[in-house]
Design a protein around this ligand. Structure first.
Ligand SMILES: [Zn+2]
Length: 74
C-alpha cells in the first residue's frame, strides 16, 4: 500500500494518504482534487530546487550531500 504525502493546491493543507491503484485522493480539508504529490526522497531531482545553492533535506534524515547545510563538519 503506497503512502503518499500531498499538498493541497487550494488550501495548502498537507496530508498523507494511501492511494490504491488509479484512485485519486482528495483534500480532507476542502475536498479539492487539485493536489501536488510530495517527493520525500532527498536525491530526487526537482527543477525548482535545482537552482538553489543548497538542497533541502529531511530534518530527521542523513545529510543529502556536501552542499547540505546539515553536513557534519561544514
Ligand atoms: Zn484543501
Amino acid at each position: 500500500m503506497p503512502l503518499y504525502e500531498y499538498v493541497c493546491q487550494e488550501c495548502t493543507h498537507t496530508f498523507e494518504t494511501l492511494v490504491f491503484g488509479s484512485e485519486t485522493p482528495t483534500c480532507p480539508a476542502c475536498e479539492s482534487a487539485h493536489l501536488e504529490r510530495q517527493i520525500s526522497v532527498p536525491a530526487a531531482p526537482r527543477t525548482e530546487s535545482a537552482a538553489l545553492p543548497m538542497k533541502r533535506c529531511l530534518s530527521d534524515g542523513p545529510p543529502c550531500g556536501p552542499a547540505c547545510s546539515r553536513f557534519p563538519g561544514s
